[in-house]
Write a protein that binds this ligand. Structure first.
Ligand code: NAG
Ligand code: NAG
Length: 180
């Protein structure tokens, strides 16, 4: 009897852990652009570029992007693909210059951002964020569409945390299978 209840107890812990992990897949995340507070600036090199940073991440609908910068000297312009490519700052979709900009990714597909500071976009202060709609993408470990396809050199997709998490879920599934 004691053994039986211990097993039931362990099983419930595993089930709870399982659902906690599931939850961590689907919760909307906030991405600090560039990973640092002062990342919205002219990159010092290709490997320092924001698109390089974005390639290693996975953006899902509902996630948000956060920019930290000096609103007196710089801004974040959301632009069309054409204006992104040509660094045309004259007719942005949206202008943000509050120094602490948060944008919720509401639709899947590509978002294009360039700096509003004169000459900065031309020197590489620009960002493409490809947003995925399917939450299940987190499980599949499918490679994210790469901004490099649109702009800049190709970079091999890096293995990501999602793959690891997916393996964890499978491991838990197998464990529970054994228990039952
Ligand atoms: C960015 O700055 C805020 C305060 O302005 C601080 O709380 C946060 O830890 C900083 N983040 C990084 C990644 O440096
Ligand atoms: C920038 O965009 C505006 C509006 O679409 C257009 O009138 C202008 O010619 C463009 N400038 C350049 C340099 O392409």
């Amino acid at each position: 009897m004691a053994v039986y209840s211990r097993n039931v107890f362990s099983l419930s812990i595993i089930v709870v852990l399982f659902f906690l992990i599931m939850l961590s897949f689907t919760e909307a995340r906030e991405h600090l652009v560039g990973g640092k507070n002062d990342s919205w600036k002219i990159p010092s090199s290709e490997s320092d570029s924001l698109n390089h940073w974005a390639e290693k991440r996975r953006f899902l609908v509902g996630d948000s992007l956060v920019w930290k910068y000096d609103g007196k000297t710089d801004s974040v312009l959301e632009v069309s693909k054409r204006d992104y490519v040509t660094c045309n700052t004259t007719s942005p979709i949206k202008v943000h210059n509050d120094g602490n900009t948060k944008i919720v990714l509401k639709h899947s597909g590509a978002y294009y951002f360039i700096s509003g500071a004169k000459g900065h976009c031309e020197q590489g202060q620009k960002l493409i964020v490809v947003t995925l709609s399917d939450k299940n993408m987190r499980f599949m470990g499918a490679p994210a569409p790469s901004p490099a396809e649109i702009d800049g050199p190709a970079v091999a997709p890096t293995s990501n945390a999602a793959t690891l998490k997916a393996s964890l879920v499978v491991a838990f599934g197998v464990l529970i299978g054994f228990w039952l």
